[in-house]
Ligand binder design. Structure first.
Ligand SMILES: [Cu+2]
Length: 159
């Protein structure tokens, strides 16, 4: 996790560079989620081909006494994002878009390469390996959960 100092410096540099390069937007340092909801281990697998979609993985734990339903995802620096579930079609791996994803009270949903991911599409080209971006999930009812994700090289999953 980056320090507050570095993040503040990056934000100022971003403003100074306004006009010539895309401004670097500040990334949240810690998850900002509804009470009882927490996200850990956020990372993004950068696409091998520039401009292609990137997949985002994390664990979301709901220790609240109510259910949450994810209905949308946004990723800083990407034009759009969607919830995807891995499946199989004609014996080939396939991705299906999920309209909603239930995070029941007392349960943890793990987004990982074999199960579900947030697909981040239309990158603005500012993504760098070793950097960070921010994901915001929106739940049915309007609550939001924002958290940082580490940007990793294609195929470089965390241990
Ligand atoms: Cu996908």
């Amino acid at each position: 996790m980056k320090s507050k100092f570095i993040l503040a410096g990056a934000a100022i540099l971003g403003l100074a560079a306004c006009g010539s390069e895309p401004a670097e937007e500040p990334v949240a340092e810690a998850p900002d989620c509804p009470p009882g909801v927490s996200v850990t281990g956020g990372w993004m697998a950068l696409a091998a081909v520039e401009g292609n979609p990137s997949a985002v993985y994390f664990s979301i734990e709901n220790s609240a006494e109510r259910n949450y339903m994810i209905r949308a995802a946004d990723v800083l620096g990407y034009g759009s994002a969607a919830l995807h579930q891995m499946g199989e079609w004609n014996l080939q791996p396939s991705m299906d878009e999920l309209m909603q994803l239930d995070v029941p009270a007392g349960e943890t949903i793990v987004f990982e390469p074999e199960t579900v991911h947030v697909m981040a599409m239309a990158p603005d080209g500012t993504q760098e390996v070793g950097g960070e971006t921010e994901v915001t999930l929106t739940f049915v009812g309007g609550d939001k959960c924002s958290f940082p994700v580490e940007i990793r090289a294609p195929g470089d999953a965390p241990e």
